[in-house]
Structures are given as C-alpha cells and as structure tokens.
Design a protein around this ligand. Structure first.
Ligand code: SAH
Length: 513
C-alpha cells in the first residue's frame, strides 16, 4: 500500500531506517524508497552496500557523524533536506538503525513539517534489539526479563541534573539497553551500582552488531568495564544489562559460524561475484569483491552468429561455462530466435553451474559428466559421439584445446566457436591492492585460470601482498595455472563448483568455536 506519496512536482523526503549494519536487514519499503531517490543523504553507520539500490544518477551526500567529530551539524542536515526537497527532488535520508530511536529523525521531520514538505517515515531494525539478537541475547525472555528499556548513554557526567531517572532505572528488573554509552561506561555502571543494582548482574557489550566484524563481550555489571578495556571495545556498541545478557553463552550464533572473522577476496567477473559472496557471507566471512576479469565479446563475433544461424546442422551442442550459455542465448535473441532452435540436439555441459545457466532458458535435459572438467566431458561424450557427427562447442576464446582435440580424435566433426572472451578488468589492480593493504586477508578464491592470470597481472610488483593469504582453487586446471605462476593452492574444490570451492575454504579455515 502506498501512503503519503509524491504530489506533482513537489519534493518528497523519506526518512528511512537502514538497519543496524547487515545490509539484508533493510526493509523492503526502505529499499523501494532508495530506488526512487534523486538525492540520498546517509550516515556513517549505514552499510555502503545499500547505496547500490539507488538508481543511476542519484546524488549521494555523506553527512556521517562521529561521536567526537560532528562532521555535519544537525541544523545543516535539516536545511539540506529542506533545500533538496524544494528543488522538487525525492530525497532519502538514510539513517542507521531506526530513524526515531536516538536518530534525531524527530528533528528532521519537524524541519520538514515546518517548511510544508511532505515526508514518510520508514522504520528500521534498531541496533537496540538487533545487536543483542545477533549476539544471541533476547531483550525479553519469559523467565529472565519481561520488559526492556532503551536509554541514551550519551549524557555528560557534569550535567547538573540527569535526565535519566537512575533510581528507577536501576530498579526496573527488566533488560537495560544503552546506546551511545561506551564513553560513559564508568558513569553508567557507577550509577546503577550506586542505586542498588547487584554487581553480579550479567552485562554484555555488543560492538558493531550484525556487521561481519561483530564482537561480544560478556561479564557482570561489576566487571564489564575491565573486560571491555581489556578487549579494546569502542563505539559503536550497545550495552546490555540484565539476566538476559548471560544467554549469549548459550544462544550465541552469529559469531559461531564457521567462517566468522575471516576476510575473503572473491575475484570473479562482476556479474558472477554475488552468488559466491553470498554463500561465504552466510557462513560468516567478510567478503571483499574484486572483479578481476571482465567478460567481453570474442574478437570474431561472427563465428557464434554463424553457428546459431546454422544450428540445425549440428547433432551435439557443448557448453563449458555459464558465460558461454549466456552469450549463446544473447546471440539467439539478437537473431529473433529462442530455445526452440535447440530441439533435436543433444546437449552436454561441463558442470552443474553451466547446467543451472541452461535451466534459466528452460533447457533441463542435458548431460553432465561425473568430473566437472574438460576431461570429464570427453569421458562422457566419447562413447556417445559417433564418427562424422557434427559437434558445436561454444566456449571462451583461447580456452584449452583438450576437449576439441579429443573429440576430433574420436572422429567427430567439431566446430570450436568462441562465444565470449575474458580479459583483465579495468582498474582491478587498484581495488585489489587497496584491499590487501588495508585488511588482513585470510583467503583469496580463484574460479578460473583467467582469474589467476588477472590477479598476477594486477598485482605486478606488489605480489608479496598475498603471501599470507590462503589461496583456494575451483579445480585442477585452475590449480595448475596457479602453480605455473608459483602460487600454491591451500585448498581445491573436490567437486569443481562454487559450492565445492566454499566447502574447501570451510574445511581449511573454518574454525571450531
Ligand atoms: N537510530 C539508531 C541509533 C543511533 S545512536 C538505531 O536505531 O540503532 C548511535 C548508537 O547506536 C551507537 O553509539 C551505538 O550505541 C548504537 N549502534 C548503532 N549501530 C550499532 C551496531 N551495529 N552495533 C552496536 N551498536 C550500534
């Protein structure tokens, strides 16, 4: 349902809660609003991944605040929202967590109302609840807490009269959640103890809850300060005080995932990165996406055009990658054709990833070898392809010729057609070197020989930067290419697929916690 919507050419402002960090915790309504934005005004605690939902040409304005360094004062943010909306723009003000939970969203809404600018509020998942949840701490629990109170910890110690009724707070018996409280942790602990709270009450601090770098410290009210200092925990963190804090030990889950705390670089072509990245993130890894290769048309695009046009002359069609499938169907579409041109052909693919790519075009009856490599395909096809039968192999330019030469040795009449080419992605070196210099990278994944060649090319003289990272390969051919460049894989997928690659990483790096 659409509520307060845009009216003619006047501007409109959405105050959107971005959630606590994990980009998947943005609401659907928030995502929709970002997609409509002409101007997006965002904060420091907002995941930059959310900016990807904006439409092309959207203007981004960073107004990130740091507790000690107010980059842009609140009144200036209010004015900015008003000014932008007055130009007729759709403005999204993207704020960490929920916009109305210590987010100063109320002040922004006031300014908009004052200037007659229509707005909508899109609530977000607040860190007050989500950070504890990702630490396995339910803010209420039937047997431990029947209320929770969210309190600012940002009060100055020298304030004459506290706006926080410490006496009542210390005696609420429910869960206390403090935001913005790290600098004042001694004051908070002191006030609670002073007003009679038991020093043995469980307490926890969750730093950067829901981010891949989340850290949870559990102690008692009396010892939490020391423990936090020991672990060097700072803002942004939520402080949880109450019986439920002890449940972290039993219900903690996020930090227990097998790749939690590991940083992995994935190197595929941009359009293929996300599937691998999502699987690794699901397992807890922090993923840095470095698209090292780009898929481009082959140097001779006519060969594929000709093969598609004359597809009827073939008995067999063989694909060795999802990119080959995509290129083939793009060409068919350009010729005004669809999947029906494949009726009557026998189709073989190199592995399950390619099989899945074909399924997207409605082609599900294909042959898949037991071993997902060229040799596996030859073993599958050798007994089936008769001498003189015509075979179309649609694959990458400059691919290995094992498949073609072995099929030819069987007496097959093979057309080896370059459906696409791969090349080093432009600018990939800088992104890669920046990532390697600024993070401790635990692992780098290679999904093809071309990703290995591209990495070596991109790094150039900076090759030493990857010395400490564990390198993982999707299969024996990629591993061989790595060795040719003097890189030893730490692990190799046992089934030559993305899932196999992920399994190899978990087997090698997945710590038992
Ligand atoms: N509107 C936000 C809170 C803004 S105040 C919300 O609803 O979450 C900023 C404070 O929120 C920080 O000082 C910290 O206490 C808390 N915070 C925000 N994101 C956090 C996160 N990912 N993990 C822990 N605390 C967080």
């Amino acid at each position: 349902m659409q509520c307060a919507e845009r009216d003619g050419n006047s501007g409109f402002v959405y105050l959107v809660g971005a959630g606590p960090g994990d980009p998947s915790l943005l609401t659907l309504k928030g995502k929709e609003a970002i997609g409509k934005a002409d101007v997006l005004v965002y904060d420091r605690l907002v995941s930059e991944r959310l900016l990807d939902f904006a439409k092309p040409g959207c203007e981004f304005v960073y107004v990130g605040k740091h507790p000690t360094n107010h980059a842009v004062p609140q009144h200036a943010i209010n004015e900015l929202l008003v000014e932008k909306a007055q130009t007729g723009a759709v403005v999204v003000r993207l704020k960490g967590g929920d916009p109305f939970v210590f987010g100063r969203g109320g002040e922004e809404a006031d300014a908009l109302r004052e200037h007659g600018i229509p707005f909508a509020i899109v609530p977000g998942v607040t860190s007050a609840i989500a950070a504890p949840a990702y630490a396995g701490i339910p803010v209420t629990h039937r047997s431990a807490a029947s209320s929770f109170t969210v309190i600012t910890g940002h009060e100055h110690a020298d304030k004459d009269e506290s706006s926080i009724p410490w006496e009542q707070v210390a005696n609420l018996r429910g869960t206390l959640v403090f935001l913005m409280g790290m600098d004042n942790l001694p004051l908070i602990v002191g006030k609670l103890l002073e007003h009679g709270m038991d020093g043995a009450t469980p307490a926890a601090v969750v730093h950067r809850g829901t981010w891949a770098c989340q850290k949870t410290v559990c102690a008692t009210l009396a010892s939490i300060e020391d423990k936090v200092a020991e672990q060097g925990i700072e803002n942004p963190s939520v402080i949880v005080v109450g019986q439920v804090a002890a449940l972290h030990e039993r219900l903690g889950w996020f930090e227990e995932r097998p790749l939690f705390g590991k940083t992995v670089i994935v190197t595929r072509a941009r359009h293929q990165l996300s599937a691998l990245a999502a699987k690794l993130e699901e397992l807890g890894a922090q993923v840095i996406e470095c698209p090292l290769i780009e898929i481009t048309p082959p140097s001779d695009p006519h060969a594929l055009g000709d093969a598609v046009e004359n597809i009827g002359r073939y008995r067999w069609l063989v694909f060795t990658s999802a990119n080959g499938v995509d290129a083939f169907f793009a060409e068919a579409r350009a010729q005004g054709k669809d999947a029906r041109i494949l009726s009557g052909l026998d189709i073989a693919v190199i592995g399950t990833g390619t099989e899945a790519a074909l399924a997207r075009f409605g082609i599900t009856q294909v042959m898949v070898p037991e071993e997902f490599c060229a040799e596996g395909l030859v073993a599958l096809l050798a007994p089936k392809v008769n001498a003189g039968e015509r075979v179309l192999v649609a694959r990458a330019e400059a691919a290995r010729d094992v498949l073609v030469s072995m099929l030819q040795a069987q007496g097959a009449d093979v057309d080896d057609v370059a459906a696409y080419a791969t090349r080093e992605a432009r600018g990939c070196g800088e992104a890669l070197v920046r990532a390697l210099q600024s993070e401790t990278v635990d692992a780098i994944t290679f999904t093809s020989s071309s990703t290995v060649r591209s990495l070596v090319g991109c790094l150039g003289a900076d090759a030493a930067l990857i010395e400490d990272a564990a390198l993982f390969s999707i299969g024996p051919i990629t591993s061989q290419t790595m060795r040719d460049f003097g890189l030893e894989p730490r692990g190799q997928a046992s089934t030559y697929t993305i899932d196999g690659l992920v399994e190899a990483i978990v087997a090698s790096l997945g710590g038992v916690r």
